[in-house]
Ligand binder design. Structure first.
Ligand code: GLC
Length: 489
């Protein structure tokens, strides 16, 4: 008889925790930054709306327009309110320093500085879990950021020493990197909170966040010379190279040619890394990219030579990718009326069109993994890896922290996993039954099926109804699943 989900969760946790130290390492580039997290309750948002003198009709129009970039404080409000209304997470780039400064001066005083950027977040998580070597890239390293890196020795930045050789140094000890500070403005909003102004009445459907970013160094995707010069050494020390940060490219400054040039520089680095270590897995972690052109160029250029083996995304990012790979109809359809059938179809299209070995789609209530036959580990092991990631992520949602040794029994009601499934998991099982792939009941117990030519592994996740912060949870899921897969292979 197959194990219950709660047994599987317990076993996976034990197995991954005791073996994680056996993997080689993981390198992550390129976007690291400091997040300034504001808990934006509706009264604070309304105050800001009044302060800026925006009327409700103008606001409504701006929200509907969904501009995707911030030229003045009103655009910030429109993005924030859109996320509030729809419950979708988004990141918009602030186009000028003046608006950035205005926001910093006029947002509530109370805020928390936390490690930010896919790269910074993943690096800290993996280091805390005990991955033997975590090699991290950052374009800037002000003292506020230094202090946010975990203190452990297993996290390092490649640096040239006096003789021009590459050494690996704990981030807190590095002196030679640009020390300017650019805070990413993260507004966390709560499910159930309500905004009422004029005829507008919005109730926030989901715990969620809106990110406003002004970060010129990351917007250029400048790769540190020590990271690029050291790529051969780096590649030999690791099992996985995780890449992210394209979403921040500032196309109005770089122009299309500039964007292409930045993308090509990264692809070139990937190629070198693969040559130095042919077994290396290259994972692209997506982040909501409002500028379509960037994603279009990224996939046009990277498709030519299968640079990425694996991709990680959420609902919004999935739709954004589909839109630029010739599946704009499905993308629109999915954004207007999301269903699990469309998500599965979308994942399949992406795997096929980008020739991926692996795609990890994470959403509230379930994690979905597509893998090609012959991928790294058996489906059972991959399922375990997802369960491990769910534990680490739920703990982070609950406490805001990553912890190596978690007391599962005190922190979670694992038994609930055997009987009460989130609707996304049940809906996937129903889709598969409808398509005559597997019965609903069997899938809800096993979570494994074959979907077209791919292995499909889905697990019900541990859900935290009131997360401390939502920002960075996706990065936590993706990176810990990868680390666990390597551990269990
Ligand atoms: C994006 C944001 C960064 C945030 C991260 C979380 O990279 O720019 O501020 O920490 O997403 O995933």
């Amino acid at each position: 008889m197959s194990k219950t989900w709660s047994e599987l969760y317990m076993d996976s946790y034990q197995e991954v925790t005791s073996n994680l130290k056996r993997i080689n390492g993981i390198a992550i580039g390129f976007n690291t930054n400091v997040d300034a997290i504001y808990h934006m309750r509706s009264d604070l948002i309304v105050d800001l709306i009044h302060k800026l003198g925006i009327d409700s009709v103008a606001l409504y129009k701006k929200v509907v327009k969904w501009k995707g970039s911030i030229e003045d404080p009103e655009d910030f409000i429109a993005g924030l309110c859109g996320c509030f209304e729809k419950g979708r997470a988004s990141e918009w780039i602030i186009q000028n320093e003046e608006t950035y400064n205005y926001l910093l001066e006029n947002l509530p005083r109370e805020r928390t500085l936390r490690m930010g950027g896919q790269v910074g977040i993943m690096a800290n998580v993996l280091s805390e879990l005990g991955v033997p070597k975590v090699i991290v890239h950052t374009s800037t390293l002000p003292k506020e950021l230094k202090n946010l890196f975990v203190k452990s020795k297993n996290i390092v930045i490649p640096i040239h020493d006096k003789n021009g050789n590459i050494t690996f140094t704990q981030p807190r000890k590095v002196k030679s990197i640009d020390d300017r500070l650019f805070l990413h403005i993260i507004s966390e909003i709560d499910k159930g909170d309500g905004i009422k102004i004029g005829n507008i009445k919005w109730i926030c459907p989901r715990n969620n966040r809106f990110i406003a970013t002004f970060d010129p160094p990351n917007a250029k995707l400048d790769i540190n010379l020590s990271f690029s010069d050291g790529i051969n050494d780096i590649a030999k020390l690791i099992d996985v190279l995780i890449i992210s940060g394209f979403h921040m490219l500032n196309s109005s400054e770089l122009g299309i040619e500039g964007v292409k040039e930045r993308i090509k520089a990264v692809l070139n680095l990937i190629q070198q890394a693969k040559q130095a270590n042919p077994k290396l897995l290259i994972h692209l972690e997506l982040s909501s990219t409002k500028n379509e052109m960037i994603l279009r160029e990224l996939f046009n250029l990277s498709r030519k030579d299968d640079y990425f083996d694996s991709l990680g995304c959420n609902e919004v990012e999935l739709a954004e990718v589909l839109n630029v790979i010739g599946e704009s109809k499905l993308s629109k359809n999915l954004s207007l009326e999301p269903t699990q059938a469309k998500f599965l179809q979308g994942c399949l299209k992406i795997c096929q069109k980008l020739s991926l070995k692996r795609l990890h789609f994470h959403q509230y209530g379930s994690y979905v993994l597509f893998t090609e036959t012959g991928y790294l580990a058996s489906n059972e092991k991959l399922k375990q890896a997802l369960c491990y990631a769910s534990i680490i992520t739920a703990y982070k949602a609950l406490t805001g922290e990553t912890k190596k040794k978690i007391d599962l029994v005190t922190n979670f009601d694992l038994k609930i996993l055997n009987s009460r499934f989130h609707k996304s998991f049940k809906e996937i099982a129903a889709v598969l039954e409808n398509e005559n792939i597997i019965t609903k009941e069997e899938f809800l117990t096993k979570g494994i099926a074959t979907y077209n030519e791919y292995n499909l592994i889905v697990i019900p996740t541990l859900n935290v109804s009131k997360p401390k912060y939502t920002v960075g949870l996706g990065d936590t899921v993706s990176s810990t699943t990868l680390a666990a897969e390597i551990t269990l292979r």
